[in-house]
Design a protein. Sequence first.
Length: 145
Amino acid sequence: MNDARICLVTLGVEDVARSVAFYEALGWVKAPQSVESTAFMVGEAIVLALWQRGEMIADGGEGELPAGSGSAGLAVNFTSEEAVLEAYEKAVAAGARPVKPPAKVFWGGFSGNFRDPDGHLWELAYNPFFKLDAHGHLDLLASGD
């Protein structure tokens, strides 16, 4: 078992209910352990926590932080260009702000970016050089065969 893994990502959001609705429209499922100020959205092999931004900042002890600063980006890899297009259209229909429409990119793949309602940057990508396993999880340790 490889212990070097991320199983939960937490986003500080202004309006938890609005963010839950946005991510549910993208296919995430709200866990029953969610509370008013923190929702746990279950995806494939990961949990996305949506924590009321003010509470998250207070808990972190660093003071005010800029919303959606772009200092971090989240990515979802897909098995085809068509799947990227479909997911991007679904995100925009749910309220995402388009940043870069999906297109072929210099490194040989296909990707597009959007920002969620709180300004968090997401990339949707098809990378022909990265292998996805049978469950759609990125497997960089797979052979190049």
